[in-house]
Design a protein around this ligand. Structure first.
Ligand code: ADP
Ligand code: MG
Length: 701
């Protein structure tokens, strides 16, 4: 049976080839189904009628019933307008049109009963309705009756072709009449009953034409639940399949490498959060299943150490390990950290990045292939075809929101038997988002900072207070502290940004002149060698101030740097601000983060700065970020596309529904992992359909 919902949109009554082309281009509506799932963004109550006497210009959209008693045209040229006098038993009001005058005059009749809908405004000292909607009372009666009127987003191009919100509503009406009783149910009946959900058809009907606010709520709930539920079913089923299909390497022992490191090299006590996470990893890797774990921990919580010790367990069992970082600077820093931590331990660690020389590569690849090279640290150069391991047992991916899902998958394919995977991120992800983006991963959290850290003090200065800032910086330098000054870099306006950076650098050098002060600069346009030199000076404490773009954003660990100045802070997103602040506060001294901004701030920018000043809690910041920006804009979600493709659920608001959907999905997958039981056949069918249609779903593996 052909699926009626897959009918080309051009065949819908009222569409045709031309409008179909527009709908396709502007709204990606190709089939009946796409239109059906093109939901309104708001509703306005159409049950209430006002009398003309009650109307004042403070009212929002209102609706009145009455008759046109006469027309006149008024004004000249650009002010030329059609005015209709409209009256009910209580008074007279003017309806005004500036466009389509002739057409409107021809289509409306005096004496006939109309329903008028619009926003009262004051024009020429009188209350009017300008460009109101006019509906024939008789025709209204023949429509699907709805008490709430739905409004649809359109575009300028669509409006030019009269595809207004109203027109889309009309198409929805035609479509719903046409497919009535032919919409296949997508949730098995036992679940509908158990969860007390309304049917798909009823939900779709009421999402477009709500009979009353109560049923609208039910329709929304049903559709949101379904959307989130299938994402979870998909993730959980994939996870099950993976566990079944892939045996993991068994790390059965903890031996010399780990123990020597723990007893001889570890310079401090592990935090209890680090211990807890290591136990979880140890359990996973020893179990015979393949580990897929997400490690969340705020900046400075000590994830690197957990990564290193996990890799040592791999080495103890005769495997190789690798660690991947998003930037060259960070990869280098990891390499140096590991090398230093593993001092005197006779472990072969190497670094591979885009700028590793051919000759070095050759030896490196040979050693990797024959297994003598034990730990390889690098950038995404690690996942190139040419990099072949002898027996890769565990992979650590640092700051994975910079690594696309596809890259994760590529790594996966490097071995017949996939390695254990530990994904680490300091970008705090709200729980709902984590559940959706990484719902196929197990999650560990380091929720504790190493002891002795003083919380960073954050302050907001307007640009006009720059002299005060400089005074403060001088004092800090006198105390022996180092300072970052970071400028935003946004690719679209790169030229301007570099100019900002260079001007900034020059003014800083003027304020902090040599020989008393040393200022260095690092940015993305410098050669890697120059960057290295500048970084080295700073790391060694030979420069006092580092002026930089966001290349230092992630991971670099310089404990003597205690002041982070962020220029044009209003141009950074919250998670970036939080990351940057995490660069300081690593040593024993009190650290500061100073947000510089102009006086003119948007409402959102002000909110971002306020929360930064108020709290250091990454998770709280992430929640606010989610609320301010909506999930589609968060880092990480763009790559996965999932949060973007949600049609009705909102990860910022529907956390509870998501939680419930996940629990239900888990229950079902536990009982019937293959979804093979007859009562679940609807689930399997719908899942197949979604997987076929949804590119993002299939790429998550
Ligand atoms: P992140 O989680 O941001 O990657 P790092 O792993 O870079 O954090 O650790 C930040 C700093 O804290 C490093 O200098 C590291 O040596 C130090 N550190 C890690 N664990 C501990 C601990 N248990 N006690 C004291 N310092 C620690
Ligand atoms: Mg780190």
């Amino acid at each position: 049976m052909p699926d009626i919902l897959k009918t080309d949109i051009q065949f819908l009554n009222g569409v045709g080839p031309k409008r179909a082309e527009l709908l396709r281009k502007e709204l990606q509506i190709n089939y009946f189904e796409d239109l059906l799932y093109y939901f309104p963004y708001k509703y306005i109550d159409r049950t209430k009628f006002y009398t003309i006497r009650e109307i004042n210009s403070n009212l929002p959209y209102i609706q009145i019933k009455g008759r046109i008693t006469g027309f006149k045209t008024a004004g000249h040229r650009r002010n030329k307008r059609l005015v209709a006098e409209f009256s009910d038993n209580t008074g007279i009001i003017e309806l005004v049109w500036f466009r389509g005058v002739q057409w409107i005059k021809d289509s409306l009749k005096t004496g006939k009963e109309y329903v008028i809908f619009g926003k009262p405004t004051v024009f020429n000292n009188k209350i009017n309705l300008i460009h109101p909607e006019v509906e024939d009372q008789e025709k209204l009666n023949s429509k699907i009756n709805a008490s709430l009127q739905s409004f649809y987003n359109t575009s300028e191009i669509l409006k030019k072709s009269w595809l207004t919100s109203k027109a889309i509503q009309k198409l929805q009406n035609n479509l719903l009449q046409h497919v009535k009783d032919k919409i296949p149910e997508t949730i098995p009946s036992y679940l509908l009953k158990e969860l007390n959900l309304i049917s798909l058809e009823e939900a779709l009907l009421n999402i477009h034409f709500p009979q009353n606010p109560g049923i609208l709520k039910k329709a929304e709930y049903r559709l949101k639940f379904e959307e989130l539920f299938y994402i979870q079913i998909n993730l959980l089923k994939q996870k099950k399949t993976r566990n079944k299909e892939f045996r993991g390497h068994v790390f059965s022992t903890v031996d010399d490498y780990f123990n020597t490191f723990y007893h001889k090299n570890l310079p401090f006590e592990l935090t209890s959060a680090q211990k807890k996470v290591l136990k979880e990893i140890r359990k996973d890797t020893g179990s015979g299943k393949q580990m897929n774990r997400l490690l969340q921990g705020d900046v400075g919580s000590g994830k690197t150490l957990v990564a290193l010790m996990s890799m040592l367990i791999g080495l103890d069992n005769g495997f190789q390990a690798c660690m991947m970082a998003p930037t060259e600077i960070l990869a280098k820093q990891h390499f140096q950290t590991l090398t230093k931590m593993l001092e005197n331990m006779d472990i072969y660690v190497a670094l591979l990045t885009g700028s590793t020389k051919q000759s070095e590569r050759k030896t490196l690849f040979k050693d990797l292939k024959d297994g003598t090279l034990q730990i390889l640290v690098g950038t995404h150069a690690l996942i190139e075809e040419t990099v072949k391991f002898h027996n890769l047992g565990i992979v650590v991916i640092d700051e994975q929101h910079r690594f696309g899902v596809a890259q994760r998958a590529k790594l996966w394919k490097k071995n017949k038997q996939p390695p254990h995977i530990l994904v680490m991120t300091a970008t705090p992800i709200p729980r709902t988002l984590a559940m959706t983006l990484y719902g196929d991963l197990d999650v560990s959290v380091i929720d504790e900072l190493p002891p002795g850290r003083k919380p960073v003090i954050t302050a907001h200065y307007y640009d006009s207070k720059r002299l005060r800032l400089f005074g403060f910086l001088r004092k800090q330098i006198k105390k022996g502290q180092q300072i970052y000054i970071v400028y935003p870099l946004i690719t679209e306006s790169e030229k301007m940004d570099y100019k900002d950076l260079e001007d900034g650098y020059e003014s800083i050098v003027r304020e902090f002149p040599p020989p008393e002060y040393a200022v260095s600069i690092v940015h993305g346009r410098m050669k890697s060698q120059e960057k290295d030199i500048a970084m080295k000076y700073f790391i060694k404490g030979q420069t006092h101030i580092m002026v930089a773009t966001t290349v230092i954003e992630i991971g670099v660990d310089i404990s003597n740097a205690s002041v982070m100045v962020i220029e044009s802070a209003e141009r950074f997103g919250l998670s970036q601000l939080h990351q940057l602040r995490g660069r300081v506060g690593r040593g024993a001294d009190q650290s500061y983060c100073i947000l510089m901004s102009s006086v003119k701030l948007t409402h959102e920018a002000r909110k971002r700065i306020e929360i930064m000043v108020r709290t250091n809690d990454g998770f709280e910041i992430a929640e606010v970020d989610l609320k301010l920006r909506g999930p589609g804009d968060l880092e990480g979600t763009q790559q996965s596309g999932i949060a973007f493709s949600l049609k009705i659920a909102n990860l910022a608001k529907d956390g509870q529904i998501l939680q419930y959907a996940r629990e239900k999905a888990q229950e079902i997958i536990n009982k019937d992992p293959e979804l093979a039981k007859p009562h679940n056949s609807v689930l399997m069918k719908q899942l197949r359909k979604l997987r076929k249609e949804n590119v993002d779903w299939s790429s998550i593996s």
